[in-house]
Design a protein around this ligand. Structure first.
Ligand SMILES: *Cc1c(COP(=O)(O)O)cnc(C)c1O
Length: 464
């Protein structure tokens, strides 16, 4: 028997693949002025995925004789991969999904002032320096009191994101061990995006979550029973920020929980998530101030949801509780970077207005359906599309706020197969992301409120 005959078809095909060094010598990959280790890694990856493709094709007997990539194809694939890696991600995209706070699209877009603030902070800046006396200062010296005043809280602390705020509050305000824990209703074991569960995030610092009640009904007595023998525990309230419950359901009011917490001398941590300041957002979403008025010791929420700012986590609450959080070692690990702080400060300044803040998110919420309809008709005309392509639809806020609530909106309906049109728009410059609905592609104009007509038309012309 010859050597070749002892080999299976897989090995025979794999032997045809060029080696790493041969691909590296290809003219497409020579003289790029890039680190050898980088180019080599990409070539190794490209060959490995070609190898995996051949093996899968042969093993599944889909193709006993699969084509094997030529040297030139492998070099081209490596070059394309390098080009992708060496282009900054994330890129700007246009949000035509009708979801105002889309986590996959970076949630709230920043205002021009917030972008300028990021730019100023990007260089050397007075992050932790008092310009008056030249002494060391705090990065939150001005932002904390401003936010405290806006939220009507005694004090405020800013960290990296909403999850960090929750983790810090639970870890700093309750103890682990048999006398501690955070008590949470089974009806509030919320799962947020990407399979992350609030109860697991709350417990990640070593303070266990004690589940009480049932999915649909939890009573005050369930909480008070759990607190027996746990003087170092805390009560945790998690806002049902992305789902609604109906039917045979019961949970105590937040204020009743606050009464229990104060009689038992334990803190009440309320994870609100959305962080509304009231003005310009639908009234049924609870505000941070309302949670504090109802007796929450500390409220945690995100900077990039209803607040309309950058990714950040905010804790608002009693001076004593915030001080415990600020001094906990986790506070240093979870602190907010200078770019986000600058953007958050600019966002807070917009919220200082007595009127609805002029922030991109709030503008998207405020625009009237009639204005959207008029814009849709203008765009259709410019594209030479028939006016029937302008249709009424429903947008949503998303981002863990106002579940089930819809906002009347207007969309342009793209002709043809939804997935083909979607792919073409994603490849546009800038890419436009829309939503499939009734087998067609709908481009929601509410979430495109801040985008110039010309930019939008350029993307739409990709459709041909
Ligand atoms: C969104 C959300 C979080 C997490 O906030 P991030 O800013 O995404 O880390 C936590 N709890 C609730 C209730 C939320 O809605």
């Amino acid at each position: 028997m010859t050597r070749a005959r002892t080999q299976g078809p897989r090995e025979l095909h794999l032997r045809k693949l060029p080696g790493v060094d041969r691909v590296l010598e290809h003219p497409r990959l020579v003289g790029l002025g890039l680190r050898h280790a980088l180019v080599r890694r990409v070539v190794v990856d490209v060959i490995a995925s070609e190898r995996a493709r051949i093996m899968a094709a042969v093993d599944e007997a889909r193709d006993p004789n699969p084509p094997v990539a030529e040297l030139d194809e492998l070099a081209a694939a490596a070059r394309a991969q390098l080009d992708r890696w060496l282009q900054v991600h994330p890129r700007r995209v246009l949000n035509g999904t009708g979801v105002l706070l889309h986590t996959n699209l970076g949630r709230a877009p920043l205002s021009a002032a917030a972008r300028a603030a990021v730019d100023a902070a990007a260089g050397t800046c007075d992050l932790e320096l008092e310009l008056d006396d030249g002494k060391r200062g705090s990065r939150l010296a001005l932002l904390s009191p401003l936010l405290s005043a806006l939220f009507e809280a005694e004090d405020v602390l800013v960290v990296n994101n909403g999850a960090a705020a929750l983790l810090l509050a639970c870890t700093a305000l309750a103890s682990g061990g048999s006398t501690g824990g955070v008590v949470l209703s089974r009806g509030q074991h919320v799962e947020i995006g990407d399979s992350f569960r609030v109860a697991e995030m709350a417990a990640a610092g070593g303070v266990p979550v004690i589940a009480v009640g049932s999915t649909n009904r939890t009573h005050l007595r369930d909480y008070s029973a759990a607190l027996q023998g746990r003087p170092d525990a805390a009560l945790l309230w998690v806002h049902q920020s992305n789902f609604v419950q109906a039917g045979f359901v019961h949970e105590p009011e937040l204020a009743q929980l606050a009464g229990l917490a104060s009689s038992q001398h334990v803190p009440l941590i309320a994870d609100l998530g959305s962080g509304s300041l009231g003005l310009g957002v639908p009234a049924d979403e609870p505000t941070v101030t309302a949670y504090l008025e109802q007796g929450a010791t500390i409220v945690s929420f995100s900077g990039d949801k209803l607040l309309g700012g950058p990714q950040a986590g905010i804790l608002a609450g009693s001076a004593a509780a915030i001080s415990r959080c600020r001094r906990h070692p986790l506070a240093r690990a979870l602190r907010c970077g200078k770019l986000a702080l600058a953007a958050l400060h600019a966002t807070a300044i917009a919220h200082a207005s007595a009127n609805t803040p002029h922030l991109p998110f709030h503008d998207m919420l405020a625009i009237e359906q009639a204005q959207l309809r008029a814009r849709g008709e203008r765009l259709c005309q410019a594209l030479g599309w028939p006016p029937e392509r302008v249709r009424d639809c429903q947008a949503t806020i998303g981002g863990g706020s106002m579940p089930g609530q819809q906002l009347p909106s207007v969309a342009l309906v793209v002709p043809g197969k939804a997935h083909q049109a979607a792919a073409r728009l994603r490849r546009g410059d800038p890419p436009l992301i829309a939503r499939a609905h009734e087998k067609q592609l709908w481009i929601d104009l509410r979430t495109l409120t801040g985008v110039d007509d010309e930019v939008l038309l350029n993307s739409l012309r990709q459709l041909g």
